[in-house]
Design a protein around this ligand. Sequence first.
Ligand code: ATP
Ligand code: MG
Ligand code: FE
Length: 361
Amino acid sequence: PLVLGIETSCDETGIGIVRGRTLLSNTIASSMDEHARYGGVVPEVAARAHLEALQPTIEAALAEAQVELADIDAVAVTSGPGLAGALMVGVGAAKALAVALDKPLYAVNHLVGHIAADLLDADAPPLEYPTIALLVSGGHTSLLLVRDLTGDVDLLGETVDDAAGEAFDKIARILGLPYPGGPEIDRAAASGSDGLGGTRAGDPNAIRFPRGLSRASDMAEHRYDFSFSGLKTAVARWVEQQDAAGNPVSTADVAASFREAVVDVLVTKALAACADFGVPRLLLGGGVIANRRLREVALERAAAAGVTVRIPPLSLCTDNGAMIAALASELIMAGHGPSTMAFGADSTLPITDIQVAGEAQ
Ligand code: ATP
Ligand code: MG
Ligand code: FE
């Protein structure tokens, strides 16, 4: 099926067009620059930006895919989770489009969409089930057992406080780096201040920051859960102490050591799940997967553990409409009917609700 996907859950207006599992276009307009000066996404600003960006982005996506609106078989949209006002803009547009074109509408889960992005990797072998999936994004950090992307996704564990992406953003702020923090931390770790007026690569072992919920007692009760707020506090306190003592602070070392702590715990827990469930497959999804060190460590340690890792192309890791179209396309191919119009934006939609207001529900 030829599916047009609409994504407006946060600050990216994403329109993607897929045919089956083939990506035809993935167009994104971001209001990130408008939020940068506030150090985070401002919901009202994001919603207005979606309203302005939607039509030109749809037109650009259609042009790139070289298809006409009339050719579309189905419209897909993110109904949640995300910012309510931002989601509402996409949901309204999708409903209007589906009615105007008289085409079926698929309301889907943004988080499962992040996982579905992997289906569009033309170079990868077909996705095999079951697979463990690690979803790391700006708002979520979850470990999943996926038996079927269109019908059977189990939440094994998730963060008990901050999401991994949120931690990157907060640490960047502490280090005086701009928003969004993920790419900035990557950059600072590769080449950042040495604290003495020069720049160099950071040492990931320079400072031993805490790995949340990793002690033996935690691993019994919170084996698949994550915690990043203690790490954030530890980094803030370390920087404060060095400043107070008049010691030079190497942004490069702090960035590299912080990143190492996050990556270590993410990969350790994901591979623990693979071992526990006897599933030698790990799928990565979400914006934080763009992190270079995370991909490196995941590939390295998974290989040692005999686990195959799937990583979506980078352009599909952060929010986009193609992953939403891909999930709907997969639902259609699996025989799922469209959603009724009886749905709205659901800012807290749980990951186990793959499709919203679907016929089979
Ligand atoms: P959610 O999907 O949970 O609703 P979101 O859509 O805001 O949240 P994404 O767009 O998937 O999240 O990811 C954005 C997050 O990814 C931000 O927190 C950003 O800092 C982080 N990120 C982007 N690039 C990198 C990177 N290279 N390293 C680490 N984090 C990164
Ligand atoms: Mg975003
Ligand atoms: Fe997202």
